[in-house]
Structure formats: structure tokens, C-alpha cells
Design a binder for this molecule. Structure first.
Ligand SMILES: Cc1cc2nc3c(=O)[nH]c(=O)nc-3n(C[C@H](O)[C@H](O)[C@H](O)COP(=O)(O)OP(=O)(O)OC[C@H]3O[C@@H](n4cnc5c(N)ncnc54)[C@H](O)[C@@H]3O)c2cc1C
Length: 438
């Protein structure tokens, strides 16, 4: 095996991974197919392009994404350092000057002695080098086929339409009720009732909200299979009342009548901490989803652990295929990082990029692997994507997957999250003291 690593894709994960390896003295061949070959959404030729929002989400440690950023700072992440350097005013969020962010990263990597940039699409993985596959949700067809060969046909998932997921504890339980339509089942759905006035305001906001740009060919292919809620709404003011917002078969226990409209939420994880919005596959911009869906009674303060998406998304079934150091079980010299692992969002892509590189470095140097426990936000997401489970769907940083605090439950959410963050950072600092790779 050559003492060299091939990294596929100079996106968020691949750029972070290449940097982490190169700074530790490892030779890296970084393949990036743009600008010769573009994806459906990337527009430029720079590395680590932010394909949609210029916000990396909350910067507060009392938010799981903010906590992950702080963990990444402590582990020496290049991308978070450059995000801090290029930040623009955005309240408690870490938003960046998109161009400046990509430019600084590109320049840094181009000038690193150990990195060779290859501006080509990689379609065949080398057998004699270590590899990190970080080709993202819009991986080229060529590499997707190659991955399928490695993992078996069944294990490369594409999904087109996904509804948002919120945490149970952020739902206002005084406004909603548990019930199944026609009382079939154990009342396991959470129902968010709306009166006519509320529905009208929501409808208006929904049809006027900003959507993500999507290519026509993709739209035709995706939308015939699964129509986004905002597109269904445009068909007529009452269409949703016969679709995802239909109140039929439900009786509000508070008023003992049928509501004008009802949004249903379905349990999404085995512990019942997460709920998805039934029938709410959507192509609205993420900020718009928050604004419009928080108009739904009971969801005013909803924490979205994942926003809805309508686009091609390539991800492997990591829960079956990957070890906890992000290497393939069947081909341990091949590592995966970024959205293709089933982690969701910019910051998780950076985190898996960093962790895959550190683990690969350790492997090459004959050191122990570096696996963080689910006490940290980074450890929790990697544990989530690499632990066996049925019906694996991508997930972003959230407190629902971080190990609960021991002892009496702290009822105040902010206080509890602050405690979890404090515990996470103490734990991480101890781990970093014990190893000398950072
Ligand atoms: C339309 C869309 C909108 C999104 N919006 C947001 C958002 O607002 N906020 C958020 O947090 N997350 C968002 N995401 C999710 C996710 O965080 C981003 O996609 C993120 O960029 C993923 O990082 P990555 O490194 O895995 O992939 P990418 O950043 O996409 O990087 C992959 C790179 O690999 C290259 N590549 C692909 N195939 C090959 C090949 N065969 N050879 C060489 N190079 C190749 C690509 O050109 C690309 O540069 C969005 C995703 C999509 C698709």
C-alpha cells in the first residue's frame, strides 16, 4: 500500500480531510471534478462551495450544531477556523462570506506541500492507495457506480423527497394531541390542529415562500414520484385539506370536534425523541421552512433536526457498511466522509471529514483509532450513522442523539443543553489530552 491518500471530492468533507492529512505529513491526491464537470447545484470552481445557505447554523454551544463547531475548533478544523475568519453578522449563527470562505480554503490547500490537486472526475478507486470518498450528495454517476461495486447494489441509497424532523421536546404539548386517524393504532401520531384563520395564514405563507433552485430535468423526475407540499398547495386553496392536512378521522379531545386542518407528526426514532412531519416533503429554502412551519400550532418553537429536501442525495447505508472509524468493513483502506455517509449538513460534513482523516492517519501510523463517544456532538453523529439500525435516514447534529445526562432530568431546555455542552467539552478536552495527534 502506497503511503499516500486519494481524497475524492474537494467539498466540505474532502477539503477538511485533505488538510488534516497533509498537515500531519501525509501525501494527498485531492480529486475535484469541477469546473470540468459540474454537479446540479455547484456553480463555481472553488473548493468547499456552500451550495445553498451561507449559514453554518448556530454558533452557540447550547445548540448541537454550535457544540459541534466548538468541538471542531478544539480539534483544529481548518474549515471552522476559516469560517470564523470570514464570518458576516448573523446574530447567533455562524454565517460566512461565501466567496471568501471558499477562496481561502482553496488557496490554503493549493499551497500545501503535501497536496496534489487533480482536476478530474475520479471513476475508479485505486487499489494500492488509501482512499477517502467525500464526493457528496451529488456524487458523479461514475463514482456512484464504483461505490456500488464496493458496497453491493443494495447499499447505495438515493432519496428524493424528505420531510422535516423536529424534536419532541420542542413541541408545545398544550396545543397538540396524540391520536391515530379513526383511532386505529395506539394514538401514536401527534396532531397539530388548525382553525380556518390559522390555516389561511399558513397557506398564504406556504405558497409565497422561497424555494430552492432545482433543474427542470430533476424536477420532472423527482416531483412525479413525490410532490412537495408547497407545490400541492398551489393547485388550490383546499387541496391540502384533502391531502397532508386532512382533518378526517380525527377528533380534537379539547373541543371534541373535528379541526379545520391537522398536521400530523410521526415518531421517527426508536426512543421517541424525534418526529417527522407527515407528507411535508418540501423544496423550500431551509430558513423558509423554519419560518413557515413554525406557524403551525404547537410548532412555534420547533427545533428542526433535519430540514426537508427534494434533490438527489447519494448516501451509503453506513449503519451496515462502516466501522466506527468511518472505514468500510469489507475494504478497510477505504474511508467515507461527508454527506455520503448519511450525515446531514455543512458542519457534520466537516466533522466526518476531520474524523475520517485522523483515523486514517492513525491507521497509517499504526496508532489506535480515535473514536469519540456520544457524549460529544461529533461522537454522537458518528455513532448514529455507524450503529446498526433499520430504515436508516440521514441526520444532522442534534441533542436527541447525544447521551442523556445522568440523574434527575433538568426540565429547563436551555439549562439542560448547556449542561450537555459543558459535559461534552470537558470530555473532549480530556480525550485530547490523552492523545497527541492534535
Ligand atoms: C441542493 C442542496 C442544498 C443544501 N443546502 C444546505 C444548507 O443550506 N445547509 C446545510 O447545512 N447543508 C445543506 N446541504 C447538505 C450538505 O451539507 C451539503 O451538500 C454539503 O456540501 C455536503 O458536503 P460534502 O463534502 O459531503 O459534499 P460536497 O460539498 O458536495 O462536496 C463533494 C465534492 O465532490 C465533487 N465530486 C463529486 N463526484 C466526484 C468525482 N467522481 N470525482 C471528483 N470529484 C467529485 C463535487 O464536485 C464536490 O465538490 C444541501 C445539499 C444540497 C444537495
Amino acid at each position: 500500500m502506497k503511503k499516500e491518500v486519494v481524497v475524492v471530492g474537494a467539498g466540505l468533507a474532502g477539503s477538511e480531510a485533505a488538510y488534516q492529512l497533509a498537515k500531519r505529513g501525509i501525501k494527498v491526491k485531492l480529486y475535484e471534478m469541477r469546473p470540468k464537470k459540474n454537479t446540479e447545484v455547484h456553480t463555481g470552481d472553488k473548493f468547499a462551495e456552500l451550495v445553498c445557505s451561507n449559514s453554518l447554523g448556530s454558533n452557540l454551544v447550547s445548540n448541537a450544531s454550535g457544540l459541534m463547531k466548538e468541538e471542531l475548533r478544539r480539534m483544529g478544523s481548518l474549515l471552522i477556523e476559516i469560517a470564523d475568519e470570514t464570518k458576516v453578522p448573523a446574530g447567533q449563527a455562524l454565517a460566512v462570506d461565501r466567496e471568501g470562505f471558499s477562496e481561502l480554503i482553496t488557496n490554503k490547500l493549493r499551497n500545501m506541500e503535501n497536496i496534489e490537486i487533480v482536476n478530474e472526475e475520479l471513476t475508479e478507486l485505486p487499489k494500492d492507495s488509501y482512499v477517502i470518498v467525500a464526493s457528496g450528495p451529488l456524487s458523479s454517476e461514475g463514482i456512484a457506480k464504483e461505490i456500488q461495486k464496493l458496497t453491493g447494489d443494495d447499499y447505495l441509497y438515493f432519496y428524493d423527497a424528505v420531510a422535516p424532523i423536529v424534536t419532541l421536546e420542542s413541541i408545545d404539548m398544550d396545543k397538540v394531541y396524540f391520536q391515530s386517524r379513526y383511532d386505529k393504532g395506539d394514538g401514536e401520531y401527534i396532531n397539530c390542529p388548525m382553525n380556518k384563520e390559522e390555516y389561511d395564514a399558513f397557506y398564504d405563507a406556504l405558497i409565497n415562500a422561497e424555494r430552492m433552485p432545482i433543474k427542470t430535468f430533476e424536477e420532472e423526475k423527482l416531483f412525479e414520484a413525490c410532490m412537495p407540499v408547497e407545490k400541492m398547495a398551489v393547485r388550490g386553496e383546499k387541496t391540502l385539506l384533502f391531502g397532508p392536512l386532512k382533518p378526517k378521522g380525527l377528533t380534537n379531545p379539547r373541543t371534541e370536534t373535528r379541526d379545520y386542518a391537522v398536521v400530523q407528526l410521526r415518531q421517527d426514532d426508536k426512543d421517541g425523541k424525534l418526529y417527522n412531519m407527515v407528507g411535508f416533503q418540501t423544496n423550500l429554502k431551509w430558513g423558509e421552512q423554519k419560518r413557515v412551519f413554525q406557524m403551525i400550532p404547537g410548532l412555534e418553537k420547533a427545533d428542526f433536526v433535519r430540514y426537508g429536501v427534494m434533490h438527489r442525495n447519494t448516501f451509503i447505508n453506513s449503519t451496515k457498511l462502516l466501522n466506527d472509524d468511518l472505514s468500510l468493513k469489507e475494504h478497510p483502506n477505504v474511508f467515507f466522509a461527508g454527506q455520503i455517509t448519511g450525515s446531514e449538513g455543512y458542519v457534520a460534513a466537516i466533522a466526518t471529514g476531520l474524523m475520517s482523516a485522523v483515523n486514517l492517519y492513525n491507521r497509517m501510523e499504526g496508532k489506535n483509532k480515535f473514536v469519540l463517544e456520544d457524549l460529544s456532538s461529533t461522537g454522537a453523529i458518528i455513532k448514529y450513522i455507524t450503529e446498526e439500525k433499520k430504515d436508516f435516514q440521514p441526520i444532522g447534529p442534534n441533542f436527541g442523539i447525544i447521551r442523556s445526562l445522568e440523574g434527575k432530568k433538568i426540565r429547563d431546555k436551555r439549562e439542560r443543553y448547556n449542561k450537555l455542552a459543558e459535559r461534552a467539552l470537558e470530555y473532549l478536552d480530556k480525550e485530547l489530552e490523552n492523545i497527541n495527534i492534535f
